[in-house]
Design a protein around this ligand. Structure first.
Ligand code: NAP
Ligand code: ZN
Length: 342
């Protein structure tokens, strides 16, 4: 099926209209009409080949919500008319040790929503498009209380912050979220909902009032003199969502002696860390989105706790301008593309 989309033809091209093919639903597939797609910073890294060569033409977008149009003959979970979403993955092998543990994101045969070779040899194309066909295991139910536009960013930003925070945060802990962007503003809400005393560490104080509205008790700016000195030894858990290089040693020194810092930001260039900062017994951990069951759990948790991304809806023609604003930390706090404009 020919489907309208917006995509890139080179690392420097604007995001422009192009048509892509979607497969008719196989037995376990769900075909849905896309209503909204969030703009994740990973879309920008990929569109511009910042993580290595991207295969063009490339349609990015992995924070996708919509309404089921058609389901395959063996699909049991969904029916036409259901409100659904898809995140960063569209398939995995289903029987390796990672898949068995619900860690589909680590499956060696996993297939990403875009810029990934599918089983039929074609390259996956993401959510800046009007429709998508996905195996039902990778399709999630959007809770009724959530609008489809504001729910979209949860499919990546939500699960990426929920997964490590749920793993580490206990009620009453002091938790800092570094970077108040798309991931960060959801992370603050989730950490507060888990019962933590939340702080934001931003590079300026420009978003302090919003940070407090999202549930942060404290707000610090690295641009202010003496911030890191005052924060030494303060936090049980730090979640870094910074998309650019930052001085990690300062953040590590802001942990308690047994604290953990989880990095989810993926800047394109390496950084220096003074490893001695990890002594006495601090932990530095990575984290990559979350598994399928965890993604549905996150959606239900957010619905239950009233966690909802703050979004600005943009037409497809405004994607290139939106990218520039994301890069300059001007987004408040996630752009979501209205698929009706594609
Ligand atoms: P975003 O909306 O652009 O937010 C990133 C935030 O980082 C900005 O709002 C800014 O916060 C801070 N920042 C940017 N440049 C900085 C600098 N030079 N120094 C200090 N702070 C800076 O991006 P996002 O969509 O949340 O994504 C964040 C990163 O996570 C990206 O690299 C993305 O690829 C990655 N990611 C990883 C996963 C995963 O599974 N691990 C999933 C999704 C995305 P302040 O203005 O508050 O300082
Ligand atoms: Zn993402």
């Amino acid at each position: 099926m020919l489907t309208h989309a917006y995509g890139f033809t080179s690392p420097t091209s604007p995001c422009q209209p192009l048509d892509i093919e979607r497969r008719a639903p196989g037995p376990t597939d769900v075909l849905f009409d896309i209503a909204y797609c969030g703009i994740c910073h990973s879309d920008i890294h990929t569109a511009r080949s910042e993580w290595g060569p991207t295969r063009y033409p490339c349609v990015v977008g992995h924070e996708i919500t919509g309404i089921v149009r058609e389901v395959g003959t063996a699909v049991t979970k969904y029916h036409p008319g259901d409100r659904v979403g898809v995140g960063c993955m569209v398939n995995s092998c289903g029987d390796c040790s990672y898949c068995a543990q619900g860690l589909e994101q680590f499956c060696d045969k996993g297939i990403w929503t875009y810029n990934s070779q599918d089983r039929d040899g074609t390259w996956t194309q993401g959510g800046y498009s009007q429709a998508i066909t996905v195996d039902e295991r990778f399709v999630f139910r959007i809770p009724d209380v959530m609008p489809l536009d504001a729910a979209a960013p949860l499919l990546c930003a939500g699960v990426t912050t929920y997964s490590p925070l749920k793993r580490w945060v206990q009620p009453g802990m002091k938790v800092a979220v570094v970077g108040l962007g798309g991931l960060g503003h959801v992370g603050v809400q989730i950490a507060a909902a888990l019962g933590a005393e939340v702080s934001v560490i931003s590079h300026t104080l420009a978003k302090a009032a919003d940070g407090r509205a999202f549930g942060a008790a404290n707000y610090y700016a690295t641009s202010e003199e003496g911030t890191f000195k005052a924060l030494q030894g303060q936090f049980d858990v730090i979640l870094s969502t910074v998309s650019s290089t930052a001085d990690y040693t300062h953040y590590i020194n802001s942990l308690t002696k047994t604290g953990v810092i989880i990095n989810v930001g993926m800047p394109a260039t390496p950084i220096d860390i003074y490893l001695r900062a990890l002594s006495p017994r601090r932990t530095l951990q990575g984290s990559l989105i979350g598994g399928c069951a965890e993604t549905q759990e996150m959606l239900d948790f957010c619905a239950d706790k009233g966690v909802l991304p703050r979004i600005e809806t943009v037409p497809a023609s405004g994607i290139t301008e939106a990218y520039d604003k994301v890069i300059h930390s001007q987004v408040r706090y996630r752009y979501v593309i209205d698929a009706a404009t594609i």
